[in-house]
Ligand binder design. Structure first.
Ligand code: CDP
Ligand code: MG
Length: 898
């Protein structure tokens, strides 16, 4: 049904023409003419590649096609001038020998799966094969662009520049597009993008008319966007084919190439709902050298120090070769890099005098339950349609195992112990370490450093999150140190509670990580966990993301593509029915969906919902934006939404000693102490805004202050906010403004970085907008509400004042970092997130007037008793009255116009 709807609405096609009445078309008709080639690749060893064995085609059509392919005259080939060193290095890539079978499979089949070991050349080479065959070139048979999706921004950007370099083309010809920026131009031939970008393009151009082929890369990662894309594209392909058969004047049928590391391809290939006839799988022979895997005898919870120790040992005892260390997050990585630099960096080496740190005493543990909850790393930015990560997780009660930054401080005894253990004196170490961090929030120029040749007389050490697991292949790695953990976003279906947790990776991931050591020669992988733990606690594969993240944004996107019965969508792995139902319910509460249609929880998308779907944000945020025009509040709503979507930019106490931006702070104990002291002063300043009514306003004030100060490192250091996040907020503000300008307001220039402080009226309307967006996330102070009941329940206040929240069956508490978490917190709040450690904490609080609830959330209110002793949500309490929003005495007011 939705497919037909798309056909009707698709631009430029005859809709009145009967679609199914044409005579049956043979496969030859559908197959685009074979491309022409300038250059011939010799099939390796004279054999014909794995094509024949791996998929069945009617042998006559296959044969006749091959004939036509070989008999083709070379007229329209694209001439490539590759730099000589590229020419040389690419011949070493296994996939280059498979060019012919791969291209044949692509030309003969609308869908092809290319499967190959990480580093075999899939991402960099397959787009080039297509380009050389004429795809993406105006005037050829397949003039539409070659689109390549990546789950990670880092990969989209670095792969575009790599392929441009290999083809000697400009960045406007081989471009990238990520949420915030891109280099796409009218003459783009190859476009790398995040999967979220392509998903949003589908909302405006369902047939993807600008493309002739789409490559879904890293499909094994099973990111939510990739999964949805594959489901949608399996239908788009059919539409494009039907259209072409009938109209002949539209674009050629679209082709789909799914690329994956050698992991669980069956989810796609054998999914009959997705692909009724199985697509061919091309396996690229791996050129993988043997990797010896070493397990630890015991599993220490202190994997950070274990990793440092292991890297030290490898560096001082083993032959040359790069070391790749897998850790879980940014702070960890920066801490480890700094310590390695102190111990083995260039300076330490030339001093011939090793300064070493710590071996803190930690209880080893072999159980998964003790894995430290580390500070969330905002890896979440990769997932473009969800909430972003909570920045801090309170570690009050069960913080015993948390990785404490103080562990990183120098400790003389520890130094000696480690030196002795390593049998180390500096003179014995021939080379120094060239240490490079790698994680998604690292500025892109720093990310590129991993591909540069390390300086002479040095050993490359890359300390990375799982970005380096399959997305990026770093040259020259011979040793892998694997902590066995990764940070994963968890989402509780029933309570909606979201948290970031360090968990064990899967066996498949561990194998991928080990494999990184065998790219250039035989290698070694040191696993910082025991083989028993690996056997018994590691899952076989990582769970697809769709099973563990909020999916409201995705459901809205799908509804906007007229996929009305979401439950019937051909998901590679179907999400939990409960979660789908919950998402549709929330969308109905927010007014994005109408009353239910047959077979679905929610109905069709409403006009409001359609506007909401235009924003690459959680529907709650888009709801605020589309209704935020009252009292000139829109610029503030935009700033607030941007801040909420990016995440809390404040550096809280735990994060103080680690520095985000790599190079501007010192970590001596004195410096840390000074920073910490200053921080508390700042914190006091913030909370002295006693009349402030919302945590969101606190962030808003910092955004305002930051813009008046003109941004920059110093401002961020002075006020303990993260520069990278402030920059993201700034970018997102201008991006959201652009969307609103283009989509709703015509051309007026909405975005001015500097905002004057909002008026009281505006602040009130902002709170009401927040209430509307989080109308299902209201919490009521239990002691005050229950006072009015006959039972007169007494509460133990030992743990703080308990709140009751809709849909959560336990007491919840205001997070101590909140501006509202004082001695007498408000009776009613709405919250933006729940974070669980030892108990459930509410964060992102806004004090609200309960009388708003009856109009903003009618359907959610129940009237148990008449006021004034009602205990329902309609208790009428005095309005909190006008208040002044004083900005912290930071630079906000300095630049204000006189
Ligand atoms: O996609 P797949 O994992 O199969 O391999 P790839 O990403 O295409 O990488 C092929 C080769 O290109 C690897 O050896 C990478 O190290 C190299 N490469 C590079 O040297 N510089 C880049 N910026 C990207 C890739
Ligand atoms: Mg790749």
């Amino acid at each position: 049904q939705w497919a037909m709807k798309q056909i009707e609405t698709a631009k430029g096609y005859e809709t009145s023409k009967p679609i199914m009445s044409d005579p049956p078309v043979t496969s030859e008709d559908v197959i685009a003419p074979p491309p022409t080639k300038k250059r011939k690749v010799e099939p390796q060893g004279g054999k014909h590649g794995p094509l024949g064995e791996l998929y069945q085609l009617p042998s006559t059509s296959f044969a006749s096609h091959l004939n036509s392919l070989h008999g083709q005259t070379l007229t329209k080939g694209i001439t490539i001038q590759r730099p000589p060193e590229v020419q040389e290095s690419r011949l070493l890539l296994p996939i280059v020998a498979e060019e012919q079978p791969i291209m044949e499979a692509i030309l003969l089949n609308p869908i092809v799966i290319v499967c190959g070991e990480t580093g075999s050349g899939k991402t960099t080479q397959v787009p080039q094969f297509l380009y050389e065959a004429g795809f993406g070139t105006p005037g050829s048979d397949n003039p539409g662009m070659i689109g390549v999706t990546q789950p990670r921004r880092v990969a989209a950007m670095s792969m575009a520049s790599r392929v441009a370099h290999e083809l000697s083309l400009t960045s406007s010809k081989v471009s990238y597009q990520i949420r915030y920026d891109g280099t796409v131009s009218p003459d783009t031939s190859i476009k790398f993008m995040t999967d979220g970008v392509l998903l949003r393009e589908l909302a405006t151009d369902f047939l993807l008319t600008k493309y002739s082929v789409i490559i879904i890369d890293e499909a094994h990662e099973r990111s939510i966007n990739t999964d949805i894309l594959i489901g949608v594209l399996s239908r788009v392909l059919k539409l494009r084919e039907d259209m072409w058969r009938n109209g002949k004047d539209g674009p050629k049928p679209l082709r789909l190439i799914i690329m994956s590391a050698t992991l669980r391809v069956s989810d796609f290939a054998e999914n009959r709902a997705l692909f009724p006839s199985p697509p061919p799988i091309i396996n690229v022979a791996a050129r993988q050298h043997p990797v010896t895997v070493h397990f630890s005898r015991r599993t220490s919870s202190d994997y950070v120090n274990e990793a440092i120790r292991k890297v030290g040992k490898i560096h001082t005892r083993l032959p040359p070769g790069g070391i790749l260390v897998f850790l879980t997050g940014q702070n960890e990585i920066n801490g480890v890099c700094r310590r390695l630099e102190e111990m083995f960096g260039k300076k330490a080496h030339s001093n011939r005098n090793l300064k070493v740190a710590v071996v803190p005493k930690k209880t080893p543990t072999d159980t998964i339950s003790h894995i430290a909850l580390e500070q969330a790393d905002v890896e979440a930015e990769e997932i473009e349609l969800g909430f972003d990560a909570p920045e801090e997780i309170p570690g009050d009660d069960d913080g015993g195992d948390e990785f404490d930054v103080d562990d990183l401080e120098s400790d003389g005894d520890g130094d000696r112990a480690l030196n002795e253990e390593l049998g180390l004196n500096a003179a014995e170490t021939e080379s120094f370490m060239h240490i490079v961090p790698l994680y998604s929030l690292l500025p892109s120029d720093k990310q590129m450093k991993v591909f540069e040749t390390p300086p002479p007389n040095s050993r490359l050490v890359v300390v990375s999150t799982n970005v380096a697991e399959t997305s990026l292949t770093i040259p020259g790695i011979r040793y892998v140190v694997d902590c066995g953990r990764a940070k994963e976003r968890r989402y509780d279906v029933s309570s909606g509670i979201q948290s970031f947790q360090v968990t064990w990776v899967s066996k498949a991931s561990a194998a991928q990580r080990a494999g990184r050591a065998g790219r250039t020669g035989p290698g070694h992988c040191y696993r910082l966990y025991s083989s028993a733990l690996f056997e018994h606690h590691f899952d076989k594969f990582t769970q697809p993301e769709i099973l563990r993240t909020p999916i409201e944004g995705i459901v809205l996107q799908m509804k906007s593509m007229h996929i009305d019965v979401v439950a019937n969508f051909p998901f590679p792995t179907s999400p939990d029915r409960d979660m789908l139902r919950k998402a549709e319910k929330l969308l109905m509460t927010l007014g994005a969906l109408g009353s239910p249609t047959a077979g679905a929880v929610g109905g069709e998308i409403t006009v409001l919902g359609k506007s909401m779907a235009l924003f690459p944000l959680h529907p709650r945020f888009s709801r605020m934006l589309v209704s935020g025009q009252q009292h000139g509040s829109l610029p503030y709503v935009i700033a607030m939404v941007a801040a909420l979507a990016v995440g809390d930019p404040f550096i809280h106490e735990e994060g103080l000693a680690t520095d985000d931006d790599g190079d501007n702070s010192s970590s001596s104990p004195e410096a840390v102490r000074a920073r910490r002291q200053a921080y508390f002063q700042t914190k006091a300043t913030h909370s002295s805004l006693g009349n402030s009514m919302s945590d969101v306003f606190k962030v808003l004030s910092v955004v305002g202050a930051y813009e008046y100060a003109g941004g920059g490192h110093k401002f961020c250091a002075d006020h303990f906010v993260r520069l990278k996040m402030m920059e993201e907020i700034h970018k997102l503000r201008s991006q959201i403004s652009n969307i609103i300008e283009a989509g709703f307001l015509g051309t007026s220039a909405l975005f001015t970085p500097q905002l004057p402080p909002p008026s009281d009226l505006q602040l009130k309307s902002l709170r009401q907008l927040l209430t509307g967006a989080f109308i299902d996330q209201v919490a009521v102070r239990k002691d005050l509400v229950d006072q009015n009941t006959e039972s007169g329940i007494q509460y133990s206040m030992a743990k703080g004042i308990p709140y009751r929240a809709i849909g959560i069956d336990e007491d919840v508490f205001l997070h101590p970092s909140s501006v509202l978490a004082g001695a007498s917190p408000p009776q009613y709040v709405i919250y933006t997130e729940v974070v669980r450690t030892s108990r459930a904490w509410l964060k992102g609080l806004t004090m609200i007037n309960p009388s708003w609830l009856s109009s903003l959330g009618k359907s959610l209110c129940s009237y148990s008793k008449p006021a004034p002793d009602s205990r329902g949500l309609l208790v009428v309490i005095p309005y909190f009255g006008p208040h002044r929003w004083e900005l912290p005495p930071i630079k906000y007011t300095e630049g204000l116009p006189k």
